[in-house]
Design a protein around this ligand. Structure first.
Ligand code: 5GP
Ligand code: ZN
Length: 114
């Protein structure tokens, strides 16, 4: 099976600006940032999208969120506010089919989309 672009970033075959790594998740800066802070947090295990999540993935998905919280604090955007987005499916704007959480912050945002 061919590796997706994010699997190649996780294994280091494609370089990225790494922010955090542990045995379950990897975080790096988005190559085309939509906010002053724009970091992607993803499982090291390939999962296409939310549509194929299984019960066994629940701890892993929770870990994406606690990692996002820790990175927001580290980046100094926790108090100012930040947005966590997980696009699911092409119609929602998902372009890379390896599940990932966008952490966006560092500037005021409009609601609902900014
Ligand atoms: P999606 O549209 O699937 O929710 O988000 C994919 C994100 O990945 C986009 O914000 C895009 O800028 C980012 N991206 C695409 N290719 C690369 C890459 O090679 N390196 C990094 N760091 N980000 C990428
Ligand atoms: Zn992948």
């Amino acid at each position: 099976m061919t590796k997706c672009i994010f699997c190649k970033i996780i294994t280091g075959e494609i370089p990225s600006a790494n922010v955090y790594r542990d045995e379950q998740v990897t975080a790096f800066r988005d190559i085309n940032p939509a906010a002053p802070t724009h970091i992607l947090i993803l499982p090291n295990k390939h999962i296409d999208s939310v549509n194929v999540l299984i019960d066994d993935d629940e701890q892993l998905i929770g870990h994406l969120f606690t990692t996002a919280k820790n990175i927001a604090a580290q980046e100094g955007i926790a108090e100012g506010g930040y947005r966590l987005i997980m696009n699911t499916g092409a119609g929602a704007g998902q372009t890379i089919f390896h599940i990932h959480l966008h952490l966006l912050g560092g500037a005021p945002m409009k609601h609902p989309m900014g």
